[in-house]
Design a protein around this ligand. Structure first.
Ligand code: IPE
Ligand code: IPE
Ligand code: MG
Ligand code: MG
Ligand code: MG
Length: 322
């Protein structure tokens, strides 16, 4: 059995060893760049861990696993453009280091390369169908995320559904595909999916919390981006719900002010979050989702000892700082 760090190493070695054509330089250089500046490699590691519950030859599915990482990195290039972000993994975003067209076309290329890698991996019709579902679903979630920027009446359940699509699907299917490729039965495959889905909800809630309350020295993205972009995060939705009349008016004003000074807006909105204890509320929801996820892990029919690594993974994620 492999531990988390060994699996991260296996993924990183494969990522480093992929050879991209030298030309056009401007197309492939940003791909090498985004894949070389870090990243937690959560999705491919989850796929390998799920596979490893049943089988030991994890390297046999490395192409399938790295396909998911390549896809994820494609979404980051486009997401950063859509979100007007400047910093990714502690480095300039591709559209900042180069330009928007570069992020679009190198991103498109990574999407195709992801399918190419998956096709070069272990062939399995069910796994391919899952890969298609996951990668399509993320785009649907991303569209809702954008739609919600211009709405102030987004409900918590609409938000949960949006993050299920943009983030959870990929974690759920990473685990499910790993299980399917190792021959897991349908019940285990479903529970693997559900474990990842609930963990993914916790993960995106954490992402939203860290975007406001992260430690700037550790976070590796620019704090406050969601506030500046009027993202309807769990934090903002609940603040709008819990605010008194004055606070609500102030929030709505900041949201409407297209020329707001970003730092002032971040400070003012964070101040309202603080007074409503939105951070505590979010932390509770995160913990609720994490413990829900572990219930699905409990149901998987493999020895408890084999599941320890996935439990450790969930625990490590719960304490993440970036
Ligand atoms: C960032 O994903 C996008 C979200 C779904 C929140 P990660 O937090 O997994 O980013 P990296 O790959 O580790 O940089
Ligand atoms: C992104 O959510 C989810 C993706 C599909 C990339 P965010 O927009 O919150 O992710 P970050 O904060 O930029 O990493
Ligand atoms: Mg973003
Ligand atoms: Mg986004
Ligand atoms: Mg975010």
């Amino acid at each position: 059995m492999f531990n988390i760090d060994q699996l991260i190493d296996i993924v990183n070695k494969k990522v480093e060893n992929i050879q991209y054509p030298a030309e056009p330089q401007r197309l492939y250089e940003p791909i090498r760049y985004i894949l070389s500046i870090g990243g937690k490699r959560i999705r491919p590691v989850l796929m390998l861990m799920a596979y490893n519950l049943y089988k030991d030859d994890v390297e046999s599915i490395i192409n399938n696993a790295v396909a998911l990482e390549t896809y994820h990195n494609f979404t980051l290039l486009h997401d950063d453009l859509m979100d007007n972000s400047d910093v990714r993994r502690g480095n300039p975003c591709v559209h900042k280091k180069w330009d928007a067209n570069t992020a679009i076309l190198s991103g498109d290329t990574m999407l195709i390369l992801a399918y190419k890698l998956f096709n070069a991996g272990v062939k399995n019709e069910k796994a391919l169908a899952d890969f298609i579902e996951a990668t399509l679903g993320v785009c649907e979630g991303q569209q809702y995320d954008m739609d919600f920027e211009t709405r102030n009446d987004v409900t918590e359940s609409e938000y949960m559904e949006m993050i299920r699509q943009k983030t959870s699907l990929l974690l759920g299917y990473a685990l499910k595909i790993g299980g399917v490729l190792a021959g897991a039965d349908e019940e285990d495959a479903r529970n693997l999916y559900e474990f990842g889905e609930k963990m993914g909800l916790a993960f995106q809630l954490q992402d939203d919390l860290l975007d406001v309350y992260g430690d700037p020295k550790l976070f590796k993205k620019k704090l406050g981006g969601d506030i500046v972009e009027n993202k309807k995060t769990f934090l903002l939705i609940n603040a709008l719900q819990l605010a008194n009349k004055d606070q609500k008016e102030e929030l709505v004003q900041w949201i409407a002010d297209k020329n707001a000074n970003p730092d002032k807006k971040i400070a003012a909105v964070t101040h309202i979050y603080n007074s409503l204890q939105i951070d505590r509320l979010t932390q509770c929801k995160i913990e609720e989702m994490f413990s829900l996820s572990l219930k699905s892990l409990d149901k998987i029919k493999v020895d408890e000892e084999k599941k320890q690594e996935l439990r450790a993974f969930a625990n490590r994620l719960l304490g993440r700082k970036y």
